[in-house]
Design a binder for this molecule. Sequence first.
Ligand SMILES: [Zn+2]
Length: 485
Amino acid sequence: MSDWEWTEHALDLKLGRVASAVIGGDALYLVRHRDLATWRVEGDRAVPWHEPVDAETRVQLDERNLQVAFDDDGVLFALLIDGSTWRRERGGELVSMTAPDVRLAGHYAHRTGFVWDPRGRRVVVVGGDHRNDGYTIDPSTRVVVPLAHGPGHGPGQTVGTAHGVFRMTGEELWLLQGDAWALVGKHDQVRRDRGVLLYWDPQADAVFFVSQPRTHREGAVRVQMTTMGPTEPLALPGSFAGPLEAHEAVAQIDPRTGRLWQIDSLGARYLELDDLGLSKGSPLVVMVQPRRVVEHPPMHWYREALALRQRDEEAPDLGIPVRDGWVLAATMPNSPHLPVGDAGSVLLFSRELPYEYDPWTLSYSNAFEVRIVDAVYPTTAGGMLVEQMKFVEADPVFADRIDTAWDGSTHLARSSKIGGFPALVAGTREEAANSLVADLTCEDCDARLRFVAQLAWPEWDLISARVYIYACPFGHSGAAKAQNV
Ligand SMILES: [Zn+2]
């Protein structure tokens, strides 16, 4: 094993900033999200499979909120940010399969399950950052059918196999066959820092995952989920840091050659699957466990929030003075969801050119300013009027004990809103509490500033960032933090 290493091999393709590597049938496909250009790996070469889509279609694609899957014949399926699904035969156009659907919308690339289920001959959509709902779409009926709940909340990994669809979240491996999920495996190698990559090798009929700590002291390991339980971790050569980060690299099996490819902007390399020491057989036996999920969660597990959507209607001139080089980015009137004392409105200003972007902290410095005023204004964002929709959001601490409702509320929670929780909160009670209270104190009364609202792309289209607004509970002052997404 001492000579076990990655073999460098140029595949001669440009996958762009965000890409996917997906098995369809017995072939490996590589997809550039920007324009859906696709290659099929044939031995040592990547052969063009789908041409880039036309410019008109391309503008509808948001490469970061795009999922792709392939059926056994190389037909591409895509899920776009608006929850619409599409299909594309080789040599054909991208054609609509199902219309925009709030239940399927807002899935961030690589964090959700969007796979072809060869056994059920259907597309399966399941889970995501803050959700555990699932759906199937039969391409012939083109109907979105909700699934009963199964795997837990949170980012997970999903693979379509001859047995059905496996999904792993946290320590649990679940299998979807027909309409029912079943727990079929558990392991004790949960990683919260980077997560894991889940694979199915059709040749060996082997389900395994790769994980790697963020610290550089330890390298990547693979653990196989067998019919006898999880194996001991096996150390792998090199690093999987790229594919474990959101968009730096892709890594997937080519079933035909038995290689595990890793492809990034520097090139491509592979490991021989034979060297991974996989045994034959996927775990299919149902494990019985008491259900953690609470049937009727108490109301205090939720916070009320208002989802904000830009209307197709320009805001009237509000007569609010704006300094040179700045623009009025948003106005939010006081409401029970925006607890800032007796003040009338929270105003957010941004620099006209907010690109003082700091790549080290992924943030924009001095690009935003919050002002709290007595006057009441209509809700606006980016110069457009805004409509508000009420919803409730589960406390992140209890999220994995609540089944996500089929009302699209998790999608509402991800983007622009007043109240609720900051989008990226997860973890312990302390972490959730800390994210609701900023490190900043009020300029007037020393109260800690509290989270009141979040504005997010694409509803608010100034920059590709999520802006968190914090305000003094007594309405004196506020502050904003931005995060690149
Ligand atoms: Zn104050």
